[in-house]
Design a binder for this molecule. Structure first.
Ligand code: GLY
Length: 576
């Protein structure tokens, strides 16, 4: 009887729900995508749940968004070893609770001994394998992550939590271990060719060659000891203490370039944040040595001349104009961008509305341009997929978007002996041989040639968007080499032009065009054959690939914090 009455109640409820579903329209414009995660006070988004939880704990202890971002970054170095790091570098964009914007550049620097032709062999050809810009000891720039975190902590931290409180959670994760996911266990295996070339990497990440399995506890005692020293002695320990000595000694023993002096001389820098606007909304992003902010703003300025909303988010017409804007902005990237401390970068002109209007003149409706006729720079250089973005917003509305990287998955594949630190292969973001194809068949510009003390050009695009009244609205960044710029650009357009919430804006299908190769990359899912046929009819060549993965935050009009992790990747948004 009880079962029958339960069954009847269930049928009645189902009928009511069906009627409601039919009668009441969804409150969401893009109901197919999940809702963002909601938090009343604060939100942390990162590509690993343990790291996001570290951020939330720091906020709950009274830390601000900068404090939490540092804790998250250090935790990712342990739980997300393919990209999270203290052996690499990156960029942090901050909108503080007083409404000021800040940009911290902690990009790696080329060691002093690095010169223009350091990756060119006696035969005049690019070096491959050990000694190249992509693998082994010579591939690493001097890491900037700890110097950047230290600068951010001193200038913009709350002052309510200690440095040691930010490092301790990461040190504990390294010492006590964490359960390996299927994804990470598989990823170690799939990178075993590179990692097994270096004894410390093989011992730590490949279990000495026996491999780890999903569900095993993964401990990193060397990294825990390194983090312990940094916890006790501060970030400078990495640059002048035992850690620096260990890195320099391992470099020396293996024909690497980084010396104790290089480590001692590394400097994180504050840069003037790049500020542009798109349809009345302020866009705050990273200036050079990242190309990300300029390329995105130039493309946005070009697109401002069109009614993007009317074109709808997934029409061939919209993708055509988007690709043409990106083609032109990436052409300028190749020609004009490099480390501003070494090369003149005409930033103000490139992001001006008048320059965009000139660039727009050559765009035709329904007809693809040819990249050979557009721009006059050198083609862009290869950049890898292995970067990670995370973001924090606190109870006072301070927002931090941080993108950092060791370049390739597991960087140079080298773990510096005795430190547990995976080192970057960021030297490959320089033009390894300007004016000539590099080992991947691509060419990079002279402004981005290798030089001691110089920072390689990046595509990282940590970005914060303000409403016309100046209040902070949303933040977004991505991983994925040059595709980062396309992902951030399209997230901005999806929110502003297509009125999507942050999750839908990040999940929606996207394209990528980087001038050369002259092709629009469309994603494997979300593009109808009709759309691609139209793009081909306009004269575009198409390729297929995933266009980066993003993480983002938004504050809605009621002050609720919304968090979004890209469906293309893993991670967790944690709010409270
Ligand atoms: N290593 C990728 C980037 O900095 O853009």
């Amino acid at each position: 009887m009880q079962t029958r009455s339960r069954y009847s109640r269930f049928i009645a409820l189902l009928a009511i729900v069906s009627v409601l579903v039919v009668v009441l329209p969804s409150t969401k414009t893009y109901a197919a995508w999940p809702d963002p995660v909601r938090g009343k006070h604060a939100m942390v988004v990162s590509q690993h749940e343990l790291a996001s939880q570290v951020g939330v704990e720091i906020l709950k202890k009274g830390g601000n968004a900068v404090d939490a971002a540092i804790g998250v970054g250090l935790a990712l170095a342990v739980v997300y070893p393919e990209a999270g790091n203290i052996g690499g570098g990156g960029f942090m964009v901050i909108h503080d609770s007083k409404g000021r914007n800040h940009a911290i550049d902690y990009r790696e620097m080329a060691p002093a001994a690095a010169s223009r032709n350091v990756f060119v062999g006696p035969d005049g050809k690019l070096i491959h394998g050990e000694g190249s810009s992509t693998i082994g000891y010579r591939a690493s720039g001097v890491p900037g992550t700890l110097a950047g975190f230290d600068l951010a902590f001193r200038k913009y931290g709350s002052g309510k939590v200690k440095w040691a409180d930010l490092v301790a959670p990461a040190r504990r994760l390294a010492a006590n271990g964490y359960v390996l996911s299927y994804r990470l266990a598989q990823l170690f295996k799939s990178y075993s060719d590179g990692l097994s070339k270096y004894p410390e990497s093989k011992r730590i990440f490949l279990n000495g060659g026996k491999f780890f399995e999903e569900g095993e506890l993964f401990k990193q005692p060397d990294l825990a000891a390194t983090l312990g020293r940094i916890e006790r002695s501060g970030a400078r320990e990495f640059y002048t203490g035992r850690t620096a000595q260990l890195i320099a000694a391992d470099m020396k023993a293996n024909n690497g370039l980084i010396t104790l002096d290089d480590l001692k001389n590394y400097q994180a820098k504050e840069r003037e944040p790049l500020v542009g606007d798109y349809r009345g909304f302020k866009i705050i992003s990273m200036p050079p040595p990242s190309s990300g902010g300029i390329v995105m703003l130039e493309a946005l300025n070009i697109l401002e001349g069109y009614d993007v909303t009317a074109m709808q988010y997934n029409s061939a017409e919209k993708y055509h104009y988007l690709a043409e804007a990106m083609r032109r902005a990436f052409a300028d990237r190749a020609e004009f961008m490099g480390d501003p401390d070494f090369a003149d970068v005409p930033t103000a002109s490139l992001i001006s509305k008048s320059y965009a209007a000139k660039r727009r003149e050559s765009i035709q409706k329904d007809r693809a341009s040819n990249s050979k006729d557009v721009g006059h720079g050198e083609p862009t250089g290869r950049e890898s997929m292995d970067t990670t973005n995370y973001a924090v917003v606190d109870k006072d509305g301070m927002m931090v978007v941080n993108t950092y990287t060791i370049n390739d998955l597991y960087g140079s594949q080298v773990t510096a002996k005795g430190t547990g630190i995976l080192l970057n292969d960021e030297m490959d973001d320089f033009a390894a041989k300007p004016g000539e194809p590099n080992m991947f068949g691509l060419i990079q510009g002279e402004r981005n040639a290798v030089k001691g003390g110089k920072r390689p050009l990046s595509s990282m695009t940590p970005t914060i968007v303000l409403r016309p009244d100046g209040s902070v609205w949303f933040g977004v960044g991505a991983r994925g080499g040059p595709r980062i710029i396309s992902a951030v650009l399209q997230t901005v357009i999806n929110v502003i032009d297509h009125k999507m919430d942050i999750q839908a804006a990040i999940d929606a299908p996207r394209i990528h065009h980087q001038w050369l190769p002259d092709a629009i990359m469309t994603e494997p899912v979300g593009f109808s054959p009709d759309t691609t046929a139209l793009l081909k009819r306009y004269g575009h060549t198409l390729s297929t690939g995933w266009v980066a993965s993003a993480t983002g935050l938004m504050i809605d009009k009621k002050g609720v914090r919304l968090g979004a992790i890209d469906s293309r990747s893993d991670g967790l948004a944690v709010g409270y």
